[in-house]
Design a protein around this ligand. Structure first.
Ligand SMILES: Cc1cc2nc3c(=O)[nH]c(=O)nc-3n(C[C@H](O)[C@H](O)[C@H](O)COP(=O)(O)OP(=O)(O)OC[C@H]3O[C@@H](n4cnc5c(N)ncnc54)[C@H](O)[C@@H]3O)c2cc1C
Length: 394
């Protein structure tokens, strides 16, 4: 990290690195309240990324609160009006209650939701640049981050002064690395995931199947597809599935649920299957002088509880509100609230990803998960409208 040498010729209130659910949402909210914001991403606009796509109630609520849920619906994302938990041979179906503007859950393709959020950010006045990569940060003599060095498509480096640099740049966050953000809590368990998009499956209900040592699910998404995933402990993923992903996936589905295995039998997925070997979860320190982290850059947990996008949309608002208050104390409070709302989700996810459960011990974990998710919904509903920011610094 370099020391800041010069007066900024180009300056934004905030530079946000990573233009997907965490970064685009944060940038949009800041710009809606009058801040000048540069949002960059090394990917192209609308690019896909790894995900089984399920939004929990808090995520859908955020889209509703920001006036963006209609766009997800208009993109043809099917409403999910009930969720079935299938424990071995026992099925428990829970209808999605209509509350606070959310009458269904959704699982939009990342090509839909991430692109929509980046477009909403641009509409709010954010300068959005794809194909640009953060390469370094500059600090003032007192250690405060003051500028971002951005590698551009043509090979040049753009130096941009920033009131704050926000890392929304995912699990391999460059911002977290450059500011040396410490990991404050770590998970122990990981699982491997393989998923594919299948046409013509049941639409309108998400299904989550569990048997000892294996889990699977079907989540309706765009284009008439359902995302069908298989989660296994790492030994099975590395020992069996990796060598022949499709054969291992079909065998795993058959071991977990004859129903789902039968529905995809003889069919070809709409796109090649995708695999994720797993990565241990972490909660990183998420703020410091002139910097903050949001989304996976600051907080990641195993996808088996399908909560990362909802976390990102929740924390985008918590961080934006802290940045609007404009003090280091507000940033510290952002992390306190994030950690308070996340710690239980984090621990339950770690327990589920460990596959040490049987059908009877898994149910109370799901109950705890549901209570933690209700708590975060209540926290979001309790947020007032942040005051309009007084002025731009650009
Ligand atoms: C297999 C799998 C399945 C999942 N399933 C679900 C699910 O069902 N539901 C759910 O809610 N969550 C799920 N998740 C988690 C979810 O995908 C993440 O929590 C979510 O993507 C986090 O969003 P983000 O915006 O923080 O980061 P990301 O989506 O990782 O986006 C980060 C962006 O930063 C950009 N970037 C990185 N470095 C730089 C740089 N130096 N300069 C410029 N740009 C940079 C990247 O190009 C990327 O576009 C899953 C994750 C995995 C791996």
């Amino acid at each position: 990290m370099q020391e800041s040498p010069a007066i900024d010729r180009e300056r934004y209130d905030a530079v946000v690195v990573g233009a997907r659910c965490a970064g685009a949402a944060t940038a949009m909210l800041l710009a809606r309240h009058g801040l000048s914001v540069l949002l960059i991403d090394r990917d192209r606009h609308g690019a896909d990324t790894l995900s089984t796509l399920a939004l929990m109630r808090a995520g859908v609520l955020q889209l509703h609160r920001w006036g963006l849920l209609d766009r997800i619906v208009a993109a043809g994302t099917p409403p999910i009006t009930s969720t079935s938990f299938i424990y071995g041979d026992e099925t428990i179906t829970v209808p999605i209650k209509s509350r606070n503007g959310v009458d269904a859950l959704y699982a939009p393709r990342r090509t839909v939701i991430d692109a929509m959020l980046a477009e909403a950010a641009a509409e709010a006045g954010v300068e959005v640049v794809h194909g640009a990569r953060l390469v370094d940060l500059e600090r003032a003599a007192d250690g405060r981050v003051t500028a971002a060095l951005i590698g551009e498509k043509g090979g040049g480096v753009r130096r941009v002064g920033a009131g704050i640099v926000i890392g929304a740049d995912g699990r391999r966050s460059t911002v977290a690395r450059l500011v040396e953000a410490p990991t404050e809590h770590a998970c122990h368990n990981v699982c491997g995931v393989v998923y594919g998009f299948w046409p013509g499956l049941e639409n309108g209900r998400s299904r989550w199947y569990y048997r000892p040592g294996i889990a699977a699910g079907s989540i309706p998404t765009n284009n008439g597809d359902a995302c069908v995933f298989l989660s296994t402990p790492p030994a099975r993923f590395h020992g069996e599935i990796r060598a022949d992903m499709e054969a291992g996936y079909r065998r795993g589905l058959a071991d977990c649920t004859a129903e789902l295995a039968g529905e995809v039998a003889g069919k070809t997925p709409s796109e090649p299957l995708r695999g994720f070997p797993g990565e241990p979860g972490y909660l990183r320190r998420s703020h410091g002088p002139g910097w903050a982290l949001v989304g996976d850059a600051g907080y990641f947990k195993d996808p088996i509880t399908a909560h990362g996008i909802s976390d990102a949309l929740r924390d985008a608002e918590l961080l934006a509100r802290a940045v609007l208050r404009g003090t280091d104390e507000a940033l510290a409070e952002y992390q306190e609230i994030r950690d308070d709302l996340s710690r239980k989700l984090f621990e339950i996810t770690d327990a589920i990803a460990g596959f040490g459960w049987d059908m009877e011990s898994l149910k109370p974990l799901h109950l705890d998960l549901s209570q933690s998710m209700n708590r975060e919904v209540e926290a979001l509903l309790g947020l007032d409208t942040p005051a309009q920011h007084a002025g731009r610094t650009q």
